[in-house]
Design a protein around this ligand. Structure first.
Ligand SMILES: [Ca+2]
Length: 137
């Protein structure tokens, strides 16, 4: 996302990579996609912070959106933390690999769909007056 307009409406991204949404089966499991016997998925977390989302319950955000060549880091007084579901992320990965090592088609489950609320203030980016400031809605 290079502009605030793209943050507010991602369908405006001209070179957006089309990835299909895959719904879980009746057991809540995602597997056999894109073909039977294989599970290859992209799991996105949001709000989130790279790396910390795998090991911590909160993460420090130091860059605002949108990301582009002129994006500067936030002043330390403007940085903020977001909640991270690292336990769910670890459980999802552990299950995926355990299924594979057990000779099964790996299953993906237990992960909450991402929410477009970059600053985790409860106001969606589409309508948030400042999606990179949890004090402004
Ligand atoms: Ca905000």
């Amino acid at each position: 996302m290079r502009t605030l307009a793209e943050v507010r409406d991602p369908t405006q991204i001209p070179d957006r990579l089309p990835l299909p949404d895959v719904n879980p089966d009746s057991s809540g499991l995602i597997h056999d996609t894109p073909m039977a016997g294989v599970t290859a998925v992209v799991v996105q977390t949001g709000p989130g912070v790279h790396y910390d989302n795998l090991i911590q319950s909160t993460g420090l955000v130091s860059f605002p959106i949108p990301y582009n060549a002129s994006t500067a880091g936030l002043d330390s007084s403007q940085q903020f933390t977001v909640r991270l579901s690292y336990v769910a992320a670890q459980a999802t990965m552990t299950r995926f690999f355990a299924d594979g090592f057990a000779g099964m088609v790996p299953n993906v489950t237990g992960f909450q769909p991402p929410v477009r609320d970059f600053d985790d203030d409860g106001y969606p980016d589409a309508t948030d007056a400042d999606p990179s400031n949890p004090k402004v809605h």
